[in-house]
Design a protein. Structure first.
Lengths: 356, 356
DNA sequence: TTGAAAGCGCTAACAT
DNA sequence: ATGTTAGCGCTTTCAA
């Protein structure tokens, strides 16, 4: 194997000097056709246009024709801002997510946005970087848009956030965690159970000297829950965790590789390693490949998330597959249906791959 | 090596029967504090509250105190919907992106959202699945929110989309492509140049029997541009493309693995393969590992995107690193700065890894 | 420095 | 079936 050369990551960007001009559109032309103009052009009242456009209330087919013709002719685009203000509920759904680097959240967004789009809802989002203070600020900013629902990750919020959400009167969905008390609706699965099952699986396979490689647990509280129940289960099984390596940064393939390297440098006789997720586990896998460490005979590897990539590996990754897309879908469906408060356990599935 | 077991992907979700109730919040309580109530409570006029809150116009320190106290006491959250309607411009930025599975787009969103949040803009998004018709529908839906800017991928839009965007009067940013004419602002790099440089690199390294493994090119037009300029460059260099394998679905590690398997089954004597992106290339890499095909001596592999994962591989992936996050950042900065129409070329970087 | 009042573009009674 | 009108909650002149 070739030794890994360390290559630099993407550089932060500074605003560039202006480059070529090459545009076919006039700069800033404001033309705003309003509903009133459509009404005028169609020779009907405003409310009639409104009814036709929303297909709500009654109007004749002929009127409909004329209105639509005027809409077409004028290139009218309804103003949802005005519409929302005038009516009661908005069709905005706000996502306040920890990260876009962790594939979990794009997956949730993907599941949700498909359902929302079908139902003519609009998704809005902001990213907290796992910072509860930032979460509070961003949640406040989102609430200012009077969304129909706010979706957050898990249960760990500041008092201020909770108070705000409670007072807002909009639906609150806490996703991807079930170990705690929901404010309103919760959709996901138990991270504690996931940690427990992972440990039980490794014990049953006969591994006794087990280590852990993880990313920042203070920030990612769900990973923290998995880890603590993992440790408890190991201890209860008579084979307490032997060593751990926790990396400061976000979860990544590189950190997984580095983490395993460090862990093995300190503790040589491990027979299995649990990773905080699949990215990290893949990094560990790469480390073993590079160092010629046989998997799983010499060292077993176990991940979390069940990314597609794990299935394509020469040895399919042993891991737990979580219903990320489904979490988004179900959450969105519950919002659309205006379902009562509830906790929906989507479960997870242990993937008995070839690495453990 | 263990033979790859094919494991199922995540199942589509049906809406589940209701499960346990476990909530601490009353279901749907609407309490809406308005600016007028704050004004009343503070004993000042509405416009004064508005000025204080936006820190715009003049007011005494004492007035400020009283207003803020009232805001605090009542738990007032401004209504941005009303604010936007009353004022001229919105601080919404709309993203109409092809996919959330392709990491490119979460990366762009990540770069943009950081900048937007700092400047108190709000990101809104929807996902087209690479379908131009859907793009048109979603763009129309987005325009109804009267965003300050709409960001799209590339230049290939329906006539209707273009017409709508032109008429909307809002800023239009076309991202991740520079091979075409921009409507307003373009930020990205040349995919044609990327394909060209990739081919030139492989030729320079002495590879002559080169194949291609890609995903659906009709939908991902940027991948199509890379591929066509790649082929042209090979042909010009006297070593035209020997074989290609195009998979119907989206780009993924599994498709990459499958694609290379099929390609090699048909064409045994290739010495290098160009992949439509790094996911696909990683799949190819896995195939080679599983089959004991030596890289790069027996077969060279070249990707596109420069994902972090490529750096953690036992042999760093040879690829082209694209400025995805920076594209989002710069685009957002240009919106915030209300910059004139322009095309910003962020370039890309060829990563001379160990696989080619 | 402050307040009164006129909208922003639409929806939703309420008439007709 | 359709028109009239009164807001939705804010921003923004314009006076005071």
């Amino acid at each position: 194997m070739v030794a890994a050369r360390r290559l630099p990551a993407e550089m932060p960007a500074a605003i560039p000097k202006e480059l070529g001009f090459k545009h076919t559109m006039d700069f800033k032309q404001q033309v705003t056709v309003t509903l009133a103009e459509v009404a005028e052009a169609a020779g009907v009242g405003e409310s009639t246009v409104s009814r036709v456009l929303r297909n709500h209330g009654s109007f004749s087919g002929k009127t409909r024709e004329r209105v639509m013709a005027a809409v077409e002719r004028l290139g009218y685009v309804p103003n949802r801002i005005a519409g929302t203000l005038a009516s009661t509920g908005s069709r905005l759904v706000a996502f306040v997510i920890p990260s876009l680097s962790n594939i979990v959240f794009p997956d949730v967004l993907r599941g949700a946005s498909a359902v929302l789009e079908e139902n003519r809802y609009q998704a809005v989002f902001s990213v907290t970087d796992y910072d509860p203070g930032k979460e509070e600020a961003l949640a406040a900013a989102m609430l200012a848009w009077r969304p129909a629902a706010v979706m957050l990750a898990g249960y760990e919020h500041t008092e201020g956030t909770v108070k705000m959400l409670r007072a807002s009167g909009c639906r609150v969905l806490e996703l991807l965690d079930l170990d705690g008390d929901a404010l309103d609706i919760a959709v996901g699965f138990s991270n504690r159970a996931a940690g427990r099952e992972s440990a039980a699986f490794l014990l049953k396979r006969g591994y006794r000297r087990i280590g852990y490689v993880g990313h920042d647990l203070n920030r990612d509280t769900r990973a923290g829950k998995r880890f603590s129940s993992f440790c408890e289960t190991l201890a209860a099984g008579g084979a307490p965790l032997v060593a751990r390596e926790i990396l400061a940064g976000a979860s990544s393939v590189e950190n997984g590789r580095l983490g395993l390297e460090r862990l093995l440098a300190r503790t040589r006789d491990l027979d299995a390693v649990y990773f905080s997720n699949d990215d990290m586990a893949l990094g560990g896998y790469f480390h073993c490949l590079a160092e010629g460490i046989a998997i799983p005979s010499r060292l077993a590897i176990f991940g979390y998330n069940g990314l597609d990539i794990g299935r394509a590996m020469p040895q399919p990754l042993s891991t737990i597959r979580t219903p990320r897309v489904a979490t988004g879908q179900i959450a969105a469906q519950l919002v659309v249906a205006d379902a009562p408060p509830q906790a929906v356990d989507l479960g997870f599935e242990l993937i008995d791959g070839a690495t453990a």
